[in-house]
Design a protein around this ligand. Structure first.
Ligand SMILES: Cc1cc2nc3c(=O)[nH]c(=O)nc-3n(C[C@H](O)[C@H](O)[C@H](O)COP(=O)(O)OP(=O)(O)OC[C@H]3O[C@@H](n4cnc5c(N)ncnc54)[C@H](O)[C@@H]3O)c2cc1C
Length: 808
């Protein structure tokens, strides 16, 4: 065994093997993989091996597409049979909502080049004669689906990696991990120590335990999962005889079922509602290529549906029932990337669909390690999308919710209840008393909208306009015509202090730093010129700054800032030690002026001022800006003052017709003002030139500047554009995000976000299209739930393009 290596990958399941393979592909060949038993000994060996490209997140779908396409290559290069069956797959819908979901999935796939087809129940029956047509109203057919041999794939990755110089030590258990002061690692195993520059936790079923070796509690939990294999069936043999090929795969939403042919019989798996976590606290190290005791009673409701929808299964003999554990994160996506706060420590775990996602996970992690950048938009898989709030019990609640909803639709306006409320701010009860409908982001509750008095604070989930629509319209009117009050604690807040802070930040940000007492918008880029983040920067002293950014990216962005930290600079995540309320609307100044002795006249407190002032008796930092685009203020206080602040503003606002507004109204109001947002318009796959960011100043040096200049010289290939969309008048639905944009009968781009702009009475959208088409007045179509709706590219915000309201 080597005594040192550049990388030690811990775990020889399909994911660890893929990471090892991809590292060697990128030229890191001094790499080893350590496996406590044999390759595949965790959850990999008993997987059903199914693979598909469909995913709710188009970026993850793209990585799944990559994974599925990789198998032929590793099979060819290794000579190891991967058992590839590209038999295509059907996703079957039994009701209108599911059919809508399939149409939207098909649409999302269009701009990724996925060739998926909506077919009728009769066509589905022709392709998959086992089904009873009457239970379905349609299906999505994807020819890029199939199944592989889990062991063959893992061995093929391993063989390719070995050919390139990687070493694999089986029957070698990593018992401890110790970091040296220089950031390198001593990997302790039962066969000796390896000194490594980097470690990768690909421990699968034991990823949590491997994390604990370094004091890390990863939000990952294993669930029991069952599938059964039937005896050979005459219907399967007949199909083979008639067509010459095997049956396609099938996914059936209604019974939480998936099916595929397994030799002469069928394999039938289910994500049962009465799901059961496995080893919820600790995975035993003694567990070794074992199966769990099947419990057919638990999956009986799904089997009943299966026997109804596929009657031939009811009479087929059961040859084998497999019950095995595999892991999930709270939202079902993998945990990938550098562990925040721990140098040279990487994870690739919680991969619940190893045969759809393992290749993409390996590729992006290896790129991240070798190039410093994952090279794709992997926000949905970043380990930093969870904070320390994702505790063991939270993970348990969310994973069970997620597992049981695997084949359920999560509507775009749906807020799932498990693990909530967890983080609340002091005004939570006040806002609840005002009938708030709550949402959660990064563990924190935030008000979405305020139901009318006497009505239940609940939103109907839908792809179309919900019961919130007219209420949110009123909230928007309150803001635009009088004054609205909302909570704005759901920003990430950071403080940067210490000698050299200004110089450090200036080297990170695309905009010049504001003067003391001022606030401005800025972006941070990677060396390739892609957007790392968008922030408001408030300067309260020469070397003293508040930064405000996207809350969901708090761990993601703080990892980035800390990774670039300069000597002498202190970077603090303020989290809920700073909370906020925001006043917006033409009467906002009147309200605030009535409770402070500081003059708020524009001459004294102009737009983009940020100062420490008292509001009543409350010490606050007040920024004169809002995301609604109105005259307005964001007022930041320590949490112990937030209730007093709320009461004071609410009282002071009564003569001015103050009303509460929530996140839904904010999204509508910002669309009207053409303000982009992080994770939608601004993501690491876009550049500031593409995103048309106004906060780009080339008068100073910053990370990514050379790439930006080069791009500006040649002109960006695509541009963020703003559209007025005409919804179907019979059944209006607004864009949600990720819809394809058509031009002249071809898909040319995609929507990043959209909303109904209540105050302007228009349905608006943002999206990226090729630069040559990004011309005001140009006509497009946006595909909304299977319908191509007209859209025209707008040159400027539909409301107050000169920005007079916010400067008033
Ligand atoms: C019944 C069932 C059916 C499934 N069907 C499908 C399917 O159809 N399609 C699909 O894509 N996925 C399926 N899956 C899920 C799939 O099995 C997982 O996504 C995949 O196996 C995850 O691989 P992994 O490498 O992350 O983890 P694992 O396979 O668990 O590998 C982790 C490895 O790390 C090793 N290890 C851990 N700790 C240490 C240590 N300290 N020292 C040394 N080695 C260590 C373990 O021994 C293990 O071999 C199914 C799972 C089950 C249970």
């Amino acid at each position: 065994m080597k005594v040192s290596a550049q990388v030690v990958v811990i775990g020889g399941g399909v994911v660890g093997a893929s990471v090892l393979y991809h590292l060697t592909e990128l030229g890191w060949t001094d790499v080893v993989l350590v496996e406590r038993k044999e390759l595949t000994a965790g959850s990999t060996w008993h997987a059903a091996g199914g693979m598909h490209t469909l995913n709710g997140d188009p970026n993850v779908a793209k990585l799944q597409q990559y994974t599925v396409g990789l198998y032929r290559e590793i099979e060819r290069r290794s000579g190891q049979n991967c058992g590839i069956h590209m038999n295509g797959g059907l996703t079957l819908a039994g009701d209108r909502e599911r059919m809508d979901w399939l149409r939207m999935a098909q649409a999302r796939g269009r701009y990724l080049g996925m060739d998926m087809e909506i077919i009728s129940p009769a066509e589905a029956k022709r392709m998959f004669p086992l089904l009873e047509e009457q239970y379905f109203i349609g299906a999505l057919y994807d020819r890029d689906e199939g199944h592989v041999d889990p062991s063959g794939v893992t061995q093929a990755y391993a063989a390719c990696a070995r050919q390139a110089g990687a070493e694999i030590y089986q029957h070698t258990w990593v018992s401890d991990l110790r970091q040296r002061p220089d950031g390198t690692w001593d990997v302790m195993t039962d066969a000796g120590e390896i000194h490594a520059e980097h470690i990768v936790n690909a421990g699968g079923l034991w990823a949590r335990e491997v994390g604990r070796m370094i004091g890390l509690e990863l939000p990952v939990l294993a669930m029991e999962h069952m599938y059964l294999i039937t005896e050979d069936m005459a219907e399967v043999a007949e199909y083979k005889a008639a067509t010459g090929h095997e049956l396609p795969m099938a996914m059936d939403f209604d019974g939480e079922l998936y099916l595929r042919q397994e030799r002469g019989g069928m394999l039938l798996g289910t994500y049962e509602q009465a799901c059961v976590p496995w080893s919820p606290r600790e995975t035993p190290w003694t567990f070794d290529q074992q199966l769990l005791t099947p419990d057919l009673d638990r999956i009986a409701p799904s089997l009943e549906v299966a026997f109804k929808h596929y009657p031939a299964l009811a009479t087929a003999g059961i040859k084998n029932v497999i019950n095995g554990p595999f892991t999930f994160s709270p939202d079902g996506n993998p945990l990938v990337g550098p562990v925040p706060g721990v140098r040279n420590c990487w994870v690739a775990c919680a991969v619940m669909a190893g045969f759809s996602q393992g290749g993409g996970v390996g590729l992006t992690l290896a790129r991240w390690m070798v190039d410093g950048d994952p090279g794709e938009d992997i926000w949905a898989m970043d380990v930093a999308r969870f904070g320390t709030w994702a505790s063991l019990a939270y993970t348990n609640a969310k994973v069970r919710e997620n597992y049981s909803r695997r084949f359920r639709i999560t509507f775009p306006n749906e807020e799932l209840p498990a693990g909530r409320p967890l983080h609340t701010t002091p005004v939570y009860d006040r806002l609840t008393a005002h009938n708030a409908v709550w949402g959660a982001g990064f563990g924190l509750e935030h008000p979405l909208w305020f139901q009318r008095p006497g009505e239940e604070p609940r939103e109907d989930v839908t792809f179309r306009r919900s019961n919130a629509h007219p209420v949110v319209a009123d909230e928007c009117t309150t803001v635009r015509e009088r004054v609205g009050l909302t909570e704005c604690s759901n920003f990430a807040k950071y403080r940067v202090t210490g000698a050299g802070s200004a110089e450090w930040l200036q080297g990170l940000f695309t905009n010049r730093l504001p003067r003391v007492g001022r606030i401005n918008l800025t972006a941070a880029l990677d060396p390739g010129g892609h957007i790392v983040g968008e922030f408001s920067v408030a300067r309260v002293g020469t070397d003293d700054f508040f930064l405000f950014g996207s809350q969901i990216a708090e761990a993601h962005h703080s990892r980035w800032f800390r990774g670039h930290l300069a000597d002498g600079v202190r970077f603090d995540v303020l989290a809920l030690s700073l909370v906020g309320l925001s006043l917006a609307g033409p009467r906002a100044r009147d309200v605030l002026q009535s409770v402070t002795g500081v003059s708020l006249a524009t001459a004294d407190y102009p737009f983009m001022t940020f100062r420490r002032i008292d509001i009543g008796m409350i010490p606050a930092h007040v920024g004169r800006m809002t995301y609604t685009g109105d005259l307005g203020y964001e007022i930041w206080v320590a949490p112990e003052y937030q209730r007093a602040l709320f009461d004071l503003l609410w009282q002071a606002g009564q003569p001015y017709g103050i009303g509460l507004f929530g996140f839904r109204a904010l999204m509508s109001l910002r669309m009207e003002k053409m303000f982009g947002t992080w994770a939608r318009e601004y993501r690491p796959i876009y550049t500031p030139a593409e995103a048309q960011m106004r906060s780009l100043r080339l008068d100073h040096d910053f990370i990514g500047r050379a790439a930006v200049e080069a791009e500006l010289a040649r002109g960006p290939a695509r541009k963020l554009s703003y559209f007025d969309v005409t919804p179907d008048p019979a059944e209006p639905a607004d864009v949600l995000g990720d819809e394809p944009i058509w031009h002249d009968g071809a898909v040319v781009g995609w929507v990043t976000s959209g909303a109904y702009a209540h105050y302007s009475a228009r349905s608006l959208a943002f999206g990226y299209v090729p630069s040559e088409l990004a011309v005001p007045g140009e006509r497009f179509e946006v595909e909304i739930i299977g319908q191509r709706r007209p859209a025209v590219l707008l040159p400027e915000p539909v409301l107050d393009p000169a920005g007079e309201r916010m400067r008033a």
